[in-house]
Ligand binder design. Structure first.
Ligand code: ADP
Ligand code: MG
Length: 709
């Protein structure tokens, strides 16, 4: 692994040709200690890092426009010479405007920047400057062209090669280092050092996927010479980007393939197929399993019977019945004399699971305990002594202090929070239990291939019969009366209603209605109705008693924060009002909505939204209105949030995707995954490809090693 804190390792004299990809940027020509610092802050430490710091967009400066040929309304780039640069103060508002006039041989162009008087110091008369912005006609004179707040770049006579007459790359700048300075630095770095880029992909992979050489791709992605369609470059659809994107996916998937191969070979418990407890439990249920539940359970059973460790992900839409599947899996472990645990991401969710599961297995004579860090009475003795067969808890379960007598199965109920590294930690605890991961809502296929690419995946793609589609509609505050009358109608039919609020207490900053205040207001609007309130800050017992009253029908209306997201199951509830729905995430809204529509009644989800809200919020609400299908919602959620947000790679333990985008580049992802998994199948140790193997280790920063132990 590289060690950038050790200058001795990378120090080279000015005369030494001993440059490698690990050489610290400070030794790059044109980078002194000060610049090196700035670059470090941008995450650039080595020559390799700098070569892989790609532009975020490209600008076509092949033939810069002449001023006279610019058209109002167009986005244009021009090169002009400074005629005047003045600060003007508006008489009334006393706003400072910096006004710049430039000319070329065809005319004049005026530009304005508001409240940035400091800009004046950059512009001397006669200085050449490139301006990029939207062109306006002057509204007062009707003649003359103007730009407001254009991007600008000062232009020196020696700059022709790098900054104009070509497609130029535009880099994310940082304070103290302008896009132009970075461009110059890049130009020189590429010229001097791009030779260090080695192609590590197997020939056949390159051929099959029609990929260009890596060194070429790196150079072209910075300073396109051969491929000059600027819009394709900006879409990442050119040959250089195709190569770089493929490589990122390939190295990611190759690591996942290594992990998967290794995990599947990990010695594990071979449970035997005793069905006594399981059948007793299934017979006690008031329903039959769906075909999808049966199929997934068969897959899990087969995994558990193999003498290897199970590493499986189960996902499916809200209400598809994941809890039952989890429980049956636990019962298999218990029947074989092992303990099983279920780990939830929050204390509240752990409590909900505990209550549900406790109720479901009560008659089987099993001991179920709850362990969270917040609870005083921790059942550690029951766990270490083996008295508790089923343990529900939070991450506290994998802490040092908790010792299981004989853990056979760990179920992780998560929302993209339990990454590769944490899973390895669970194993390093000394247990080697079978592992089953469950997500609350479906995950898009692309995410499954990346975040969970090392797991076996099972999908419950069927809802129990009798679920009616939920009618979802957006309402604005001006339509509150309509909302109340819909609620009243539902109540008069004997149904029950959820009112969901985003926060517990009023936040002054966001001015959100709190659940507490909301309950007060609703009691005035519906004086004859029993209204209950639950939120996260309530004592656990109080919360439970309110929930129980709602379940039994003593309470007609339950006002709640998102604590009801998971676990609560009241078939008679047929309407949900989500207040400030614009504040909720899409997956969360869908998960909430899954609380209704369980009783065979027509159900309604009312999304009360307070404008103004962002475009993304609008898209989320629209998606809720348009579809009830959790799989489609999941795809839309990914499209809105963008892959970066989902990834949280630091936490997931996966290498960064800098240039590839799992939404945009899905085709490349699929091809790269196939190639990577095929390669590991035929050459698991990668000993035929030493360069590739080394690159893989670098990309995963030793994590593949770490996980081996
Ligand atoms: P989720 O997958 O969202 O966790 P749950 O496990 O909470 O779903 O199940 C939702 C509801 O459906 C529960 O009331 C559960 O008892 C019920 N359920 C589960 N499986 C079936 C089935 N096969 N037929 C009918 N109802 C079922
Ligand atoms: Mg097994």
């Amino acid at each position: 692994m590289k060690n950038n804190n050790d200058p001795a390792r990378t120090k080279i004299s000015d005369y030494s040709p001993q440059i490698s990809r690990d050489t610290h940027v400070q030794y790059v020509k044109g980078v002194g200690p000060a610049r090196a610092n700035l670059l470090n802050r941008m995450g650039i430490e080595t020559i390799e890092d700098i070569l892989y710091y790609f532009p975020w967009r490209y600008e076509d400066r092949k033939d810069l426009n002449k001023i006279s040929s610019m058209k109002p309304g167009n986005h244009e780039t021009v090169l002009g010479q400074v005629v005047s640069a003045d600060i003007i103060t508006t008489p009334r508002k006393r706003m400072k405007i910096f006004e710049l006039t430039v000319s070329d041989e065809t005319g004049f162009l005026k530009s304005r920047w508001f409240n940035q008087p400091y800009l004046k110091k950059y512009f001397q008369k006669g200085q050449k400057v490139i301006l990029r912005g939207t062109v306006k006609g002057n509204p007062y004179t009707g003649s003359g062209l103007e730009m407001e707040n254009p991007d600008f770049e000062l232009f020196g006579s020696e700059d022709t090669l790098i900054h104009t007459s070509r497609i130029v790359p535009v880099y994310k700048a940082t304070e103290g280092l302008s896009p132009k300075q970075i461009r110059t630095l890049m130009f020189n770095t590429i010229k001097a050092y791009s030779f260090i880029v080695e192609d590590y992909l197997p020939e056949e992979v390159l051929k099959r996927n029609n990929l260009k050489p890596l060194g070429w791709a790196v150079k072209e992605a910075h300073f396109p010479e051969e491929f000059i369609d600027v819009s394709a470059l900006n879409r990442g659809a050119d040959p250089a980007h195709r190569r770089l994107v493929f490589d990122e996916f390939f190295l990611l998937e190759l690591g996942l393939a290594v992990l998967k191969k290794r995990e599947n070979a990990e010695k594990g418990i071979s449970f035997s197929a005793k069905d006594g407890l399981v059948n007793k439990f299934l017979n006690s249920l008031p329903f039959k399993l769906t075909n999808a539940q049966k199929r997934v359970l068969d897959e899990i059973k087969a995994d558990m019977q193999r003498p290897f460790q199970m590493n499986r992900l189960v996902h499916g839409d809200v209400g598809c019945g994941k809890t039952v599947v989890a429980l049956v899996s636990m019962l298999i472990a218990v029947e074989n004399g092992y303990q099983a645990c279920l780990m939830a991401p929050t204390e509240l969710l752990a409590e909900q699971h505990f209550i549900n599961i406790h109720r479901m297995v009560e008659d089987l004579g099993l001991k179920v305990v709850l362990l969270t860090s917040g609870r005083k009475d921790k059942p550690v003795d029951d766990i270490s002594g083996g008295g508790a067969q089923i343990v529900i808890g939070t991450h506290a379960l994998i802490q040092e202090t908790v010792q299981f007598k004989k853990l056979g199965l760990a179920i992780i109920d998560e929302q993209h929070r339990f990454g590769v590294v944490q899973r390895a930690a669970l194993r390093r605890k000394g247990f080697n239990p079978d592992i089953l991961i469950m997500t609350a809502t479906p995950i898009p296929r692309t995410l499954a291939m990346t975040l969970y690419g090392d797991l076996d995946i099972a999908v419950i793609d069927e809802l129990p019969a009798g679920r009616k589609p939920i009618i979802t509609k957006i309402f604005f505050p001006s339509q509150k009366d309509r909302v109340y009358s819909l609620i009243r109608r539902e109540l008069s039919l004997g149904r029950q209603v959820y009112i969901v609020y985003p926060l517990i207490e009023e936040s002054e900053k966001l001015d959100l209605k709190s659940a507490i205040e909301g309950a007060e207001a609703l009691r005035k609007i519906f004086p004859d109705m029993k209204i209950g309130l639950v939120h996260g800050k309530m004592h656990h017992d109080d919360r439970e008693s309110v929930m129980a009253m709602f379940k039994s029908g003593d309470i007609a209306m339950l006002v709640a924060t998102t604590v009801i997201e998971v676990g609560i199951d009241v078939p008679n509830a047929s309407l949900m009002l989500v207040v400030h729905s614009e504040r909720f995430g899409l997956a969360q809204l869908h998960q909430l909505r899954g609380r209704i529509g369980r009783g065979g009644y027509d159900s309604h989800c009312l999304l009360l939204a307070y404008p103004p809200f962002s475009e993304d919020a609008g898209r989320r609400l629209k998606a809720m209105e348009t579809t009830g299908d959790g799989f489609r919602i999941a795809e839309e959620d990914l499209a809105i949030r963008g892959p970066g947000d989902f990834f949280g790679t630091r936490q997931s333990g996966l290498p960064d995707l800098k240039i590839a985008n799992i939404v945009r580049d899905i085709g490349a992802l699929e091809r790269a995954r196939k190639e990577a998994f095929d390669l590991i199948e035929t050459n698991p140790e990668l000993d035929r490809y030493p360069l590739l193997k080394e690159m893989l280790q670098r990309k995963w920063m030793g994590r593949l090693e770490l996980i081996k132990s």
